[in-house]
Design a protein around this ligand. Structure first.
Ligand code: FES
Length: 315
């Protein structure tokens, strides 16, 4: 669907917010807290951005974009856009939904990972569910949405932590997560290292894995390894494709003329999810749950490889 950038403004160092509206002024398709949209940036680049406004507001979609100089170009292309520009986006999708039966929600945001957390906080305060929000950034200049967080309707639930301000200003994940409860759910979003730190603290405090929900914004390191070669068989036509040790399955398939839709290319977003009909994938993504990985019936070919000599894919 097409949207127009009605407003673009800075909310922190290197972070811009874009407000997107329907070009004809009509209401936008509904979304739930934690949802994201795919943005088509042209040149084959698609990037995913979480919606950070209240799901109750159907007049616009608000996204926050961190300009990353070392990125593959998506955030730089986004920051070059201006008010009035038209964009092609997907309808909202949600891989990070709030648990409806939760009695208390603990929200943890690291850096730009605050974007879906803002939407969640807006929703939770509106529907009256108990929650707390912990937001960790390097320093105050990098904290997005500060006035909304410190002066808005849920300011009393928010705690801010600044890594560069010394030990006493950093979040103590273990202390904050020391009391798991049946109806308590944890939502954490941010860089991989941050998510792993929060998740490890929750695990050692005894949180049930089903109550811990994570959304990665980027892998901490390139997932491509240098493991041995293997083969892919395409179930549709029986064709066999070799995957070299320094190429991804996606790249090998592309060479053979088979295109698989991708977005993050880091095993984070799930766009390239592909059914595996036989063989054992070597999962290297951050998207599938442990149970989904064990099933071995789907994998993310942008980053994952194969433990068996051949994988048969539903392509
Ligand atoms: Fe995002 Fe593969 S393209 S997980």
């Amino acid at each position: 669907m097409q949207v127009r950038i009605i407003r673009k403004f800075a909310v922190a160092t290197d972070i811009c917010v874009f407000e997107l509206v329907s070009p004809d002024g009509s209401v936008l398709p509904p979304f739930t807290a934690g949802a994201h949209i795919d943005v088509d940036l042209g040149n084959g680049m698609t990037r995913q951005y979480s919606l950070c406004n209240s799901p109750a507001d159907r007049s616009l979609y608000r996204i926050g974009v961190l300009r990353e100089v070392n990125s593959r170009g998506g955030s730089i292309a986004m920051h070059a856009l201006t008010e009035g520009d038209l964009l092609e986006i997907s309808r909202p999708k949600n891989h990070f939904p709030l648990a409806e039966a939760a009695t208390h929600i603990v929200l943890f945001a690291g850096g730009i990972g605050v974007t879906p957390i803002m939407s969640m906080a807006e929703h939770l305060v509106r529907v009256g569910v108990s929650f707390e929000l912990h937001y960790c950034v390097r320093d105050p200049s990098r904290a997005a949405f500060l006035s909304q967080l410190t002066e808005g309707p849920f300011a009393d639930r928010v705690r801010l932590y600044f890594d560069n301000a010394g030990e006493q200003h950093r979040a103590d994940f273990k202390a904050l997560l020391r009391m798991p409860e049946l109806g308590k759910h944890l939502y954490v979003c941010g860089p991989a290292g941050f998510i792993d730190g929060v998740s490890d603290a929750a695990r050692s405090a005894g949180w049930d894995g089903r109550n811990v929900h994570r959304e990665y914004f980027a892998a901490s390191q390139p997932p491509l390894g240098t493991q041995g070669i293997f083969q892919i068989r395409l179930a549709g036509n029986g064709r066999v494709v070799d995957v070299g040790e320094n190429e991804t399955v996606i790249e090998a398939l592309a060479k053979a003329g088979v295109e698989v839709l991708t977005s993050c290319e880091q095993g984070v977003c799930g766009t390239c999810l592909t059914r595996v009909l036989s063989g054992e994938p070597d999962h290297r993504d951050l998207y599938l749950t442990d149970d989904e990985r064990s099933a071995n019936d789907r994998f993310l070919p942008c980053c994952s490889r194969s433990k068996s000599p051949m994988l048969v894919l539903d392509l």
